[in-house]
Design a protein around this ligand. Structure first.
Ligand SMILES: Nc1ncnc2c1ncn2[C@@H]1O[C@H](COP(=O)(O)OP(=O)(O)OP(=O)(O)O)[C@@H](O)[C@H]1O
Ligand SMILES: [Mg+2]
Length: 286
């Protein structure tokens, strides 16, 4: 797998225009870069192009113009799109489309067919269902599971082939608040522990707040990008505006002597506090 590229996903002037007569510009020049291991949300009004964007990135549809690069490779140049999708991308859509006649475990096995032998498939399927907290529901059919449990089966299935990238279109849309939050925590855990990159479309501000970066779309364009401060940034910001923080930034000698830090340590603190200032400008409006 080629991971040499700095970005896992990049789009360049991406456009998707529907219709012959009256044009619908579902995507109208989208430029974005998503690094390996990011957890990004996409928000925006209905019809703004969020699902279209995921379809392009997942090679489910072709752009009218512009490019999608995955690991630096132009999707248009990839011949075998099925193989690309199976190996690199996990799809998690709101209508999770579990096969009703297959058990949870069998549903998770489906994407592995053709890639793994039956024993490996069963093993991995069991591991994935344990990972999403359903070790005791392996042999249940979808209609014997709650909505949240079905959604978790879909999460397990989307991870079957260890995708680098998971595209999730309103994954919490049909869940109640508690189940939605549990699902987001699961995605965050997977993001941290496995380094999986997630792009999550959502209408829910509380979902977006749990991710590092929010892209806001309108009329087929990304019109805004919010960076959500990490807890450390938040702490630094508070420190920056404390009396002590202000004295350090002012280079107040008495304070510095009291702190008993070396000049290089103080310098490091000033840089961190300066970064906190930088972070403030990018602070989310959410
Ligand atoms: N197959 C299609 N043919 C024609 N127009 C389409 C098609 N698919 C989407 N569109 C149009 O493209 C625009 C973007 O649609 P898209 O599904 O990407 O929106 P969205 O942001 O996902 O909205 P929602 O939040 O309602 O899911 C809309 O105006 C939609 O009507
Ligand atoms: Mg949509």
């Amino acid at each position: 797998m080629n991971t040499a590229s700095e970005y896992l996903v990049e789009t360049r002037d991406l456009a998707r225009i529907y219709g012959d007569g009256e044009e619908i510009r579902a995507l109208d020049g989208v430029n974005l870069k998503i690094a390996h291991g990011e957890l990004v949300t996409v928000m925006g009004p209905s019809g703004s192009g969020k699902s279209t964007l995921l379809n392009m990135i997942g090679a489910l549809d072709k752009p009218t113009s512009g490019q999608v690069l995955i690991n630096g490779e132009d999707l248009a140049q990839i011949r075998n799109k099925d193989e690309f999708r199976a190996k690199t991308v996990g799809f998690m859509f709101q209508l999770h489309n579990l096969i009703p006649t297959l058990t949870a475990k069998e549903n998770v096995e489906v994407p592995m067919m053709g890639h793994l032998g039956v024993f490996e498939r069963r093993k991995r399927s069991g591991e994935l269902l344990a990972l999403v907290g359903l070790p005791d529901r392996m042999n249940h059919l979808p209609n014997q599971l709650s909505g949240g449990q079905r959604q978790r089966v879909a999460v397990a299935r989307s991870l079957a082939n260890k995708p680098q990238l998971v595209l999730a279109d309103e994954p919490t849309g049909s869940l109640d608040t508690a189940a939605g939050q549990a699902l987001m925590r699961l995605l965050q855990d997977l993001n941290q522990s496995q380094g999986t990159t997630f792009i999550v479309v959502t209408h829910d501000q509380s979902v977006a707040r749990q991710t590092n970066r929010v892209l806001v779309m309108e009329d087929g364009r990304i019109v805004r990008e919010d960076l959500i401060g990490s807890p450390m940034e938040e702490d630094l910001k508070m420190w920056r505006y404390s009396g002590l923080g202000r004295r350090i930034i002012r280079d107040d000698e008495e304070t510095e002597q009291k702190l008993g830090l070396s000049e290089s340590q103080l310098q490091a603190v000033r840089i961190l506090l300066g970064k906190a200032e930088g972070a403030e400008h990018k602070e989310s409006g959410l």
